[in-house]
Design a protein around this ligand. Structure first.
Ligand code: 5AD
Ligand code: SF4
Ligand code: FES
Length: 352
């Protein structure tokens, strides 16, 4: 038995809690106590990042994937997906459009597509950096070898997103029957040691996920101290083995975002598209619970709907310029200010 008020205060002041305390908090927090958790998270993000919300342009350049994550609509076994792969020139065109709209960070995301070797991707990253030297390039392309990560870094990549997905080996193995938990953790360690700004994270509301599992995820983040933390609700996809499962809620995800903000106070945390897909104000609510990044889509409209990791994804028919302005309005309406700069972690400017 713990007092929730005491736990929240300790979390706010010390930026830390034990795993059992976190599990208790997650399992027992009341609606009223959630409001004070969100207030603490908001105060903390303001201390580090003021009112700014960083904008990243997301380019989903290939939906081809060799993996079979149980939850994901792009899994290799889903033969109903119409697969696509953007060319180098198409990717550079997305960046040209994005740069014109003011973006100074591009996030290149794909399934685990082996055709895109480190050499081919390196060539694209060099292309982006020579056209737009004042931009940051973030990769989100899954598990690769140390050597490939090194080559991509050498080509100019600055950041890398690789959600750990589940810090519990048992839950991880259930969700990824053909994948290796140790390899995933090693990838994150390799990325960090090479000098990338690294992002980890997980989904909320996975089947079989308990407060204990979520506490493990949060402790993992506390220990890894990534620069970026991606947390979103699990949304079931009908063409996966998890079709018919319940999925995560906006509310539970907000609680996880707020706790993550307090555990890693200087982190960059997106208000995810998945939040916006579950609730019309989902991203705004995430910003008010501690998130400080948004990642509007820059992919060509012709491929948008094909990048269907979950169903009901928003923005699939909207031009980049439309999303750029839509999201800016939302940021403002939530009481924040859009920032089009590179938006590096404040940790890079300190000795933390
Ligand atoms: N619902 C929500 N998020 C998902 N992801 C994959 N499938 C789903 C889904 N059905 C998340 C994973 C992955 C990120 C790119 O998208 O956490 O790392
Ligand atoms: Fe592939 Fe990523 Fe989907 Fe897993 S989550 S199936 S690695 S696209
Ligand atoms: Fe894409 Fe609102 S952000 S339509």
């Amino acid at each position: 038995m713990y007092s929730i008020d005491t736990l929240l205060e300790k979390l706010y002041i010390e930026n830390n809690l034990q795993k059992d305390e976190l599990a208790w908090l997650i399992g027992n927090i009341s609606d009223e106590e959630k409001e004070s958790l969100f207030d603490y998270a908001l105060k903390t993000r303001r201390r580090y990042y003021g009112n700014k919300v960083y904008m990243r342009g997301l380019i989903e350049f290939s939906n081809i994937c060799r993996q079979n994550c149980l939850y994901c609509g792009l899994r290799a076994s889903n033969s109903k997906v119409e697969r696509y792969r953007l060319t180098r020139e198409e990717i550079l065109d997305c960046c040209r459009e994005g740069y014109g709209l003011g973006y100074r960070t591009f996030v290149l995301q794909s399934g685990e597509d082996p055709w895109y070797t480190a050499e081919r991707l390196g060539d694209i990253i060099r292309g982006i950096k020579s056209l737009f030297p004042d931009t940051a390039v973030t990769l989100s392309i899954g598990e690769r070898s140390y050597e490939e990560y090194k080559e991509l870094l050498g080509a100019g990549a600055d950041r890398y997103l690789l959600r750990h997905e589940a810090a519990s080996r048992e839950l991880y193995e259930k969700l990824h029957p053909d994948m290796d938990f140790d390899n995933r953790i090693n990838c994150l360690k390799n990325l960090k040691s090479l000098g990338y700004q690294v992002g980890a994270g997980f989904m909320v509301g996975l089947p079989g996920q308990t407060p204990q599992h979520l506490a493990e995820d949060l402790c993992f983040l506390k220990k890894l101290e990534p620069h970026m933390i991606g947390i979103g609700p699990f949304i079931p996809h009908s063409e996966t083995p998890l079709a018919g499962e319940k999925g995560g809620t906006v509310e539970d995800t907000l609680v996880m975002l707020a706790i993550a903000r307090l555990l890693v106070p200087d982190s960059l945390m997106p208000a995810t598209t998945a939040m916006g897909s579950l609730h019309k104000k989902g991203r705004e609510l995430a910003l008010k619970a501690g998130a400080n990044v948004v990642m509007p889509n820059l992919s060509p409209v012709s491929v948008r709907a094909k990048y269907e990791i979950y169903e009901g994804k928003i923005c699939t028919g909207d031009e980049a310029a439309h999303c750029r302005h839509c999201i800016e309005g939302r940021i403002r309406s939530a009481g924040f200010e859009a920032d089009m700069g590179r938006g590096d972690s404040v940790r890079l400017n300190t000795s933390l």
